[in-house]
Design a protein around this ligand. Sequence first.
Ligand SMILES: [Zn+2]
Length: 268
Amino acid sequence: MTGWSGGPVTAVATCVLAPNPGPMTLDGTNTWVLSAPGADEAVVVDPGPADPGHLAAITRAVAGVGARVTLILLTHGHDDHSAGAAAFAAQVGAPVRSWDPQHRTGEAGLTAGESISAGGVEIDVIATPGHTSDSVTFGIPGGILTGDTVLGRGTTVVAHPDGRLADYLSSLRALRALVDASDCRNLLPGHGPSATDPGAMIDAYLAHRQQRLEQIEAVLAGLDRAELGEQELTARVVETVYADVPRNVWPAAAASVQAQLAYLLDPE
Ligand SMILES: [Zn+2]
């Protein structure tokens, strides 16, 4: 393990680590509290699972920086990021804004390219579909909050069919360009430790995807695809290409393989 336990990472961003570790959630979900030094308001990104102890820990962290929550944002709708959002919103009296309307508690959603000013922080909304269709990244001074688009270690899943590999690769390239063009020095992921070289992390993710695609193409070249149904084909690819990952993440690998097969058949 990395010993990641959350805490302050930048002048405006503090992580409260949720107690839900697992093969897909790594050390647990990272809930991010954003508040500029001296500000009396705070933004909470991804309240995490519906765990009363965790929600109380977020409230303590916000009080610890002398603020109160005025806005809750979601990087995407997966339960480990969003399940506690409505309860937390009710506790603190702040709205939830998300890309997917079903997770919002008010009228306001999120729009690509908009800038939200809250907690004394300018938060840029960057659409980064791919892990899921509703995935967004939040740009803050000096950093990006990537949700599950880029994790602190390991790789993420492209959750086929909602998540699409073509979208995911475009999103990674867009983030890479954004990092190049800005003073972004911190990657604040949805799971796993923060990183201080976002460009290198994104490059590694792009290289990993390319490597997996090449491995899958090699497996496909050796199979008679007309003979195999989609499930059988997916299973063959997973057991060959993902032989190096623990079996408890094979179901997730199967989702990524289906996304990659869909991409290879139709790269648009
Ligand atoms: Zn997710």
